[in-house]
Design a protein around this ligand. Structure first.
Ligand code: TRP
Length: 377
């Protein structure tokens, strides 16, 4: 791999190279998640989520403030979102699974933004109609994660614009073009839709407060690549009479092939929630591992779980039992556990997960509309 390829790039539109999460905390000016904060979340949830135990969620801004509001009997809210440009893969589910944990723990309403406008503006080959249809397709995945009906408000930027435009305008008036250029790197050859879009992503931080006509602390669980939006939003929040939104930042699920995150534009690197279990198994069996070139060498020298994508999948999602995870790690290092066997075991778990998830996803079709944002009465 050339040096260039290794250079870390983490922006809302591109994540590549080896991601150094400690460095991102410094670069983005965020805070490392403390043991104390993890324990607080565990206290209200009833258990410490594996994603906290394993530092999948690792960084935050003002999470302590958000939790202390909850502790003082104030209502608190959640906000996350999705750019609907294709099918949902396991990497997308990671923060949504965690969001569901937070929703349950803090009894919070969740505003879920589907940015079909953004994806239409960014993607060369995506029609607006396709992006909108993915809004509804992807909403099924959100619901299948177990979000609460009556407390989850999904909306499409395009189809539900009447409910969000006024607030979006108020936000857009506070963000200058030079700020947008500096933060997002827009150039004169970008379309003007893109330069307006950040106002809408920022807007949702205040949507619950605006609708309920009271200031409600908002927490955004999301992967850390979205952070530039929150920096801009935090700068303007108080000018509009709202609280600054708090964040809790997650890591990226690695792709199945070497390097980079799971990416929808490279289907062989990702397992989609709509993949048949057979296709998913095939992708797992073809994945990059930390094993040696030959069985003989593997037995002699052992493998390296630190660079292994299969191990990463156990770690991030598919082996919640720390003891069993350790057994996989130790088996790999000692050379006793072969990659073929390790992949087959993971494949089986992913298959079971998909069968169950796809049932929930089907069921979500029955009451999809119940999860969509409605005009306030
Ligand atoms: N920009 C995000 C994407 O491309 C979508 C999004 C909108 C989002 N609001 C969000 C993601 C809040 C996380 C949190 O996927």
């Amino acid at each position: 791999m050339s040096n260039d390829k290794k250079t870390m790039i983490v922006t809302p539109w591109e994540v590549s190279g080896e991601v150094d999460y400690d460095k991102l905390i410094v670069n983005f000016g965020t805070n490392k998640l403390t043991e104390e904060l993890k324990q607080k979340m565990a206290k209200y949830a009833g258990f410490l989520h594996p994603q906290l135990r394993r530092d999948v969620f690792f960084s935050h801004r003002d999470l302590d403030w958000w939790i202390s509001n909850y502790e003082n009997d104030k209502k608190v809210g959640l906000y996350t979102g999705r750019g609907p440009s294709g099918d949902v893969h396991l990497g997308h589910l990671l923060p949504w699974i965690f969001t569901k944990y937070l929703q349950d723990a803090f009894d919070a309403d969740l505003y879920f933004q589907m940015t079909d406008d953004e994806k239409f503006l960014v993607k060369e080959n995506l029609t607006l109609e396709q992006a909108i249809s993915y809004t509804y397709e992807n909403a099924l995945d959100v619901i299948a994660c177990g979000m609460k009906v009556g407390k989850t408000f999904i909306f499409s930027d395009t189809e539900d614009i009447a409910q969000i435009y006024k607030l979006g305008l108020k936000v857009s008036k506070k963000i200058t073009l030079s700020t947008a250029k500096a933060v997002f790197g827009f150039t004169d050859s970008d379309n003007i839709g893109l330069t307006w879009y950040p106002a809408l992503q920022a807007m949702t931080c205040f949507l619950q407060s605006d609708r309920e006509k009271q200031n409600i602390p908002c927490l955004i669980p999301a992967a850390i690549d979205q952070d530039p939006y929150w920096r801009v939003t935090r700068d303007i929040a108080e000018k509009l009479g709202f609280y600054k939104p708090a964040q809790i930042h997650g890591k990226f699920l690695p792709g199945l092939q070497q390097g980079g995150k799971m990416s929808a534009s490279q289907p062989e690197t990702a397992i989609f929630t709509t993949d048949t279990p057979e296709i998913a198994l095939k992708k797992v069996m073809a994945a990059f591992t930390g094993g040696r070139e030959t069985i003989k060498l593997h037995k002699e020298l052992g493998g390296n779980p630190e660079i292994c994508n299969i191990y990463a999948y156990y770690y991030f999602l598919f082996e919640e039992d720390d003891k069993k995870l350790y057994e996989i790690e130790a088996g790999c290092r000692s050379g006793n556990l072969m990659c073929g066997e390790c992949k087959a075991r993971l494949g089986k778990k992913i298959k079971e997960f998909l069968i169950d998830f796809q049932k929930k996803r089907e069921k979500a079709k029955d009451n999809l509309q119940d999860y969509f944002l409605k005009e306030m009465k």
